[in-house]
Design a protein around this ligand. Structure first.
Ligand SMILES: [Zn+2]
Length: 105
């Protein structure tokens, strides 16, 4: 669902699992607000959403837009979203805590 929304925002064909897209490992150091991983309902996405060959802050904006679209269409899926662009690889944390929370890291 999220990938389809990303694809729509990009006005491009639905991407297949891309070698440039990856799910970050749980071993990253995380802030206290990004602790949902311990409950197994969170994911960190580093995806080349605009397919420019790199994962950057521009990609996190597309992912964030897709998350907002999905949550608007499916209010039962609201959750946390953290956008990390300040240090290290850009990625978006998404979780299903059942409450809309946003932050930047
Ligand atoms: Zn996370």
């Amino acid at each position: 669902m999220l990938i389809r929304s990303i694809s729509r925002t990009d006005a491009a064909p639905i991407p297949t699992a891309s070698a440039r897209s990856r799910i970050l490992t749980a071993s990253r150091s995380r802030s206290a607000r990004d602790s949902r991983h311990q409950y197994g309902d969170a994911i960190d996405l580093a995806v080349d959403a605009n397919r420019d060959g790199k994962v950057s802050a521009a990609d996190t904006r597309l992912v964030a837009l897709a998350v907002e679209i999905v949550e608007r269409a499916h209010p039962d899926l609201v959750g946390g979203m953290g956008i990390y662009t300040r240090s290290g690889p850009a990625y978006v944390h998404i979780d299903a805590r059942g409450q809309r929370v946003r932050w930047r890291g």
